[in-house]
Design a protein around this ligand. Structure first.
Ligand code: AMP
Length: 282
């Protein structure tokens, strides 16, 4: 496994791969890797001739400087995990490499940036769009792999790829969970033992909502009870719990069985903001 730090180091490798007509899978990450990330790497190594993983904590996608400062960084452990997962290359650029000068370009992802993560984290998707566009231009993969855990991010990336005609495909990989159902996330490392136990509330409320909706209960009642469950839980603060179309992110106020629908949730557990989602009708 080779660690690459600059575009100049990457170019001859890319040229050799494509001269041989080989496929290249790309897994962008912010490091502090866990099994969820490794699932993406496994998908890529199974389907592609070569796999490159990037590790870059992207400053432009954090709308809270505290969240950015506290984002876990575990490069040595990450490299060991990627080596045993069979990654061929790891791209670890510096901030100066990806942002040699201030950026002025602004993306407009339409309704995707007006709701949920877009609404609660202003500027977040602009930062995601910037860094992913830069990485796609540098890496030039055949296929890029993203987690369903960040469902709205998947919709944003697909729009980016379509609107800017990046000639690459996007693969979406199911959410990897802990035994109790908590979606794996680098941010889970910041939870205290007590908060870690409370954090399961996000997934348990998603499961309960799915069961109730499929049993015919109205969305308004399910939503009201979820808000109540969070308001009475110690240390937990619900930001949103929304029923929506998993691709367009149109928000629904009623549940129907004849259209794709997912529920997305964001909540603070202590000081840590967590997100999750569950398909109700695929
Ligand atoms: P991050 O390092 O959090 O930016 O995530 C990098 C990639 O891993 C993104 O495509 C995420 O959606 C994906 N990912 C993060 N957590 C999980 C998980 N628990 N299961 C599957 N994919 C995940």
């Amino acid at each position: 496994m080779k660690v690459i730090r600059t575009e100049a180091e990457w170019k001859p490798i890319w040229t050799a791969i494509f001269k041989e007509d080989k496929s290249l899978g790309f897994v962008p990450t912010m490091g502090a890797l866990h099994q969820g990330h490794l699932d993406l790497v496994a998908k890529s190594t199974a389907a592609m001739d070569f796999t490159v993983v990037s590790i870059f904590v992207n400053p432009t996608q954090f709308n809270s400087s505290e969240d950015f400062q506290k984002y876990p960084q575990t490069l040595e452990a990450d490299l060991a995990l990627l080596e045993s997962a069979g990654a061929d290359f790891v791209f670890v650029p510096s901030v100066a490499t990806l942002y040699p000068q201030p950026t002025y370009l602004r993306f407009d992802f339409g309704n995707l940036e007006q709701v949920l993560e877009g609404e609660f984290r202003p500027g977040h998707f602009n930062g995601v769009g910037l860094v992913v566009a830069k990485l796609f231009h540098i890496i030039q993969p055949t296929c890029a792999f993203f987690g369903q855990k960040d469902l709205q991010q998947v919709a944003v990336i697909k729009r980016l790829v379509q609107d800017l005609s990046f000639g690459l495909s996007i693969e979406v990989v199911p959410t990897r969970r802990e035994k109790d159902g908590l979606a794996m996330s680098s941010r889970n490392q910041r939870l205290s033992p007590a908060e870690r136990q409370q954090a399961v509330l996000l997934y348990s409320q998603l499961l309960l909502a799915k069961e109730r909706l499929l049993a015919g209960e109205p969305w308004s009642m399910v939503l009201a009870d979820t808000k109540l469950a969070f308001s009475t839980a110690a240390n937990c603060q619900l930001e949103y719990f929304a029923l929506l179309h998993p691709e367009t992110f149109k928000i629904f106020d009623t549940f129907r069985t004849d259209r794709p629908q997912s529920i997305c949730i964001a909540a603070f557990v202590g000081q840590v903001r967590l997100i999750d989602n569950l398909p109700i009708i695929a």
